[in-house]
Design a protein around this ligand. Structure first.
Ligand code: NAD
Ligand code: UDP
Ligand code: UDP
Length: 315
């Protein structure tokens, strides 16, 4: 099949392109390289079945493909707050253009949605049926509301035009090709440990997160995309195994053999105490659940950042 991946130069997109090529598909990667890096896909450039197009999805796109994975969107607060209007445009105009493309081609289309659609949730863990608690006018709204509106558009194209859609709500994911300086906890701790700098724990470190290794997530994407047509989602995807942030810091120190100290900094405002996906639906409908343990995933992530440090390529 000819498969389009928007945001294919990013963290998740580059792993998805790699996986689709392995599965024998012809892959078209569309990216404006706002947060993506050519380095992420450099190893694919010699593959005759891989093609890259520099394009901003807020503008129409006319190509011929059989399936579309729509991942284009900056994903971390430092990046999506840099130009919030462009962030909303990417989610909303990007979704309209990709849905218009899918409608003309009668192609299946997958949307990378997010656990952020639940906002600051009052229900733990969050099932797909929970509608969320989102501030519509705050500094995170460009991302949260943009993604919510994209979901609305997907379901209206499904109802109005009978388009085959697949919506995944992604929870915290980590692995090689994460951005070294996007402020995420895994990349921060690993880089700090490798450099021998202090490890910055916000608050007491008792808040919990559930971390999914990228390969597990990509397996979930492919299963959802190729599932029976009536399964539209939204489907939660993430690792339900919870760790405290302090436990994460201790694991990173142990695995890197670092002499870094733990230092405690103020907890950012509105920092959720707990986040954990309810993945019952993915288990039942897709037979999917994460299999890679935190220790194994962290080892691979550490070796990636170690290589970047050696190459002095951390910007
Ligand atoms: P990323 O920033 O590495 O990748 C996003 C890619 O989209 C980048 O390559 C960027 O250059 C590209 N892009 C941004 N705006 C664009 C535009 N207007 N036109 C074309 N390309 C554009 O982020 P990621 O972590 O790989 O996230 C991929 C998708 O998954 C995003 O939609 C994100 O919201 C979603 N997601 C990720 C996570 C996570 O933990 N990484 C969690 C929830 C949802
Ligand atoms: N579009 C696109 N590529 C296509 C078909 C449509 O980018 O191959 C864009 C088109 O520019 C339009 C959007 O997708 O703005 C929505 O298309 P749709 O057909 O749903 O709406 P309409 O064109 O009727 O407004
Ligand atoms: N965090 C931390 N130190 C850091 C970066 C993050 O203690 O250097 C904490 C942060 O306060 C939050 C958790 O780690 O409680 C996860 O943060 P991240 O930004 O990775 O993801 P999110 O808050 O979106 O789940």
């Amino acid at each position: 099949m000819r498969v389009l991946v928007t945001g294919g130069g990013g963290f998740l997109g580059s792993h998805l392109c790699e996986r689709l090529l392995q599965d024998g598909h012809d892959v078209l990667c569309v990216d404006n390289f706002f947060t993506g890096r050519k380095r992420n896909i450099a190893h694919l450039m010699n593959n005759p079945y891989f093609e890259v197009m520099r394009h901003d999805v807020t503008f129409p796109l006319y190509v011929e493909v059989d399936q579309i994975y729509n991942l284009a969107c900056p994903a971390s607060p430092v990046h999506y707050q840099h130009d919030p209007v462009q962030t909303t445009k990417t989610s909303v105009h990007g979704a309209i253009n990709m849905l218009g493309l899918a409608k003309r081609l009668r192609a299946r289309i997958f949307q990378a949605s997010t656990s952020e659609v639940y906002g600051d949730p009052e229900v733990h863990p969050q099932p797909e049926s929970y509608w969320g608690k989102v501030n519509p006018i705050g500094i995170r709204s460009c991302y949260d509301e943009g993604k919510r509106c994209a979901e609305t558009l997907f379901f209206d194209y499904y109802r109005q035009h009978n388009l085959p859609i697949k919506v995944a709500r992604i929870f915290n994911t980590y692995g090689p090709r994460m951005h070294p300086n996007d402020g995420r906890v895994v990349s921060n701790f690993v880089v700090q440990a490798l450099k021998g700098e202090d490890i910055t724990i916000y608050g007491e470190g008792q808040q919990t997160r559930s971390f999914c290794y990228v390969d597990d997530l990509i397996e979930g994407f492919v299963r959802l995309m190729n599932s029976p047509e009536e399964l539209t989602g939204p489907v939660n995807m993430g690792n339900p195994r919870e760790f405290t942030i302090k436990e994460l810091a201790e694991q990173v120190i142990e695995l890197t053999g670092s002499s870094s100290n733990l230092v405690f900094k103020p907890l950012p405002q509105d920092d959720p105490k707990q986040r954990q996906p309810d993945i019952q639906m993915a288990r039942q409908e897709l037979g999917w659940e994460p299999t890679i343990r935190l220790e194994e995933g962290l080892r691979k992530t550490i070796s990636y950042f170690d290589e970047l440090l050696t190459l002095n390529d951390l910007d």
